[in-house]
Design a protein around this ligand. Structure first.
Ligand SMILES: [Zn+2]
Length: 293
């Protein structure tokens, strides 16, 4: 079992400075057992980075998106109305993050007594530390990972992204590069549950992240990644501003640069209708409608 002190030393060794703002994406299983579990990892960050630092984690709740727009797997059409009629609505103070997809570390951060959480019904974040309130309060409903969003505020603060035992395909900051790089598909919409029997169309819906894996060799070649280990887990540290700049450069080179290449990915197949408007539209799948252009 890893001690909290040993994990704190790993966090410092990868290059995170005291006082950093860091957006974390964590696989606890990859790290191996830590004294205190996910709470022990929070403590290790606090020991390594000090009281001025801010630890951020995604706290997404995709269950509050219209079930007709769910993917992987798509919702059984016969169940859509039943799911829509469930009584739950998003409550920033109490709605758990989606498990297992978000990971237990994200849920333990959200549930920490000193955590602040942003209020987006689908794409909220939580944070602990000196900038937590400033990062979390009053974030936008539309373009939830674009300007003024939590990732954009981390950019303002010159923060870091730390991937622990996970790849660039969870690196949600890259959606900010899609918005700021003005890719046509960044203007897609999604229907979000905003109250009992109340659904609001949200502009700027971020979708598939599988294509973000294509950033890894580019970042590596540009020497923008610091590599290390947190416990047993391979870890990658990057300056979020450098990540975003590189992502913007990639989508300005080709609007499809960050889309995945799977022919069965409904999101990326549809996104290409925006980047190549001359292509015929695929059959309607009932997934997210797109606006813009
Ligand atoms: Zn895709």
């Amino acid at each position: 079992m890893w001690s909290v002190d040993r994990i704190a030393a790993d966090i410092a060794e990868i290059g995170l400075p005291a006082g950093a703002v860091v957006l974390t994406h964590v696989s606890m299983r990859s790290i191996g057992q830590i004294e205190g579990g996910a709470s022990g990892l929070i403590e290790a960050f606090q020991r390594a980075l000090g009281s001025e630092a801010t630890l951020v984690a995604p706290a997404f709740t995709p269950q509050f998106r219209d079930p007709a727009e769910w993917n992987e797997p798509p919702t059984d059409p016969e169940e859509i109305e039943t799911i829509r009629n469930r009584p739950e609505c998003f409550e920033a103070a109490s709605s758990p993050v989606a498990l297992p997809s978000m990971g237990i570390f994200a849920e333990v951060v959200r549930n920490h007594p000193k955590a602040w959480r942003s209020e987006h019904p689908w794409l909220s974040f939580s944070a602990i530390g000196s900038s937590a309130e400033k990062l979390m309060k009053g974030t936008p409903f539309h373009y939830p990972l674009g300007s003024e969003s939590v990732p954009a505020r981390i950019h303002d603060q010159n923060g870091y992204v730390l991937l622990i035992g996970v790849g660039q395909d969870v690196n949600v900051s890259i959606h900010l590069a899609e918005v700021w790089g003005d890719v046509p598909y960044a203007h897609r919409s999604a229907r979000i549950r905003t109250g009992m029997d109340h659904w609001t169309p949200m502009q700027g819906s971020p979708e598939c992240r599988d294509g973000f894996l294509k950033m890894e060799p580019v970042l590596r070649q540009a020497r923008l990644l610091q590599r290390g280990y947190i416990g047993n887990a391979p870890a990658l540290l990057m300056r979020q501003r450098e990540l975003i700049s590189m992502g913007i450069a990639m989508v300005r080179g080709s609007a499809e640069a960050l889309l995945c290449s799977s022919s069965t990915c409904v999101h990326c197949v549809r996104a290409r209708q925006f980047t190549k408007p001359s292509l015929a539209l695929p059959p309607d799948t009932g997934l997210s409608s797109m606006h813009g252009n």
